[in-house]
Design a protein. Sequence first.
Lengths: 210, 88
Amino acid sequence: MNAGQAPPKPANQHMRRNPPIAGEAEAIASAQAGDARSFETLYALHKRRVYSLCLRMLGNVAEAEDLTQEAFLQLYRKIGTFRGDSAFSTWLHRLSVNVVLMHLRKKGLPQVSLEETLEPSQEDGPRKDIGARDLTLSGSIDRVTLERAVENLPPGYRLVFVLHDIEGYEHNEIADMLACSIGNSKSQLHKARMKLRELLRTGERKEPAA
Amino acid sequence: MTGSNQENGKTMDCAEFQDRLPELFESGNDLSKEEHLKGCENCAALVRDLEYIAQQAKLLLPLHDPSPNVWSNIQSAIQNNGDQTAKH
């Protein structure tokens, strides 16, 4: 196979995280008909995933809670438009991503401007690893350590890393969401992984001294 | 001189290889078969680490529940919206 040509991946790879949930279909139908208890059921089923997505994308608890609230309010307003073309959690997830991205665009601060965060400064960027003595990470990082390192990524890197590597979106979907090129998405993901490696290795070196 | 050339040659190879890494990762090919990695432990370790990071990221689960205030606020907002709609 041509090295430049990616093999086809299964459509909606993030569906791997969206197995059917018992009782969800009934709750959706009832919530669409205006039943408040069913909407509360949907909130209970999906609040953790939506909140985690917001928190990982934003890195801030208060903002993540605000946007979780906003995502579910949008869900309340739009649930009648859900037709079941995709899994409900996939649909809600995409709605939540859009809520966060809209917030970031409105905020317009340098650290959340997509233009700027997709081109982090050279100081923030990952360095090439030419000639460096290596510590291999394999097998040595736990989830808490990785979560902490993700939190410390520059915002632009973090967005692409969270969407692709954690949430399972494809580059074409990310490019669409972030209004950037597919090449840019791929490049930012690579830089994010390089930066994470650097953060994880630095953490490893610091830990014994602490 | 030969050693220096070889060293320079290897450095160039590493730079070129690392420049191609984003594309290589996206190709979905087995990177362990890349010729450069057979002779370069540094780049091999880099590739192993980046693959490991991507694998571990897929295993990250949702973190915590939001505070109970979030649901209270949602309920209030829905209630207020309903009240306003009823008035109109």
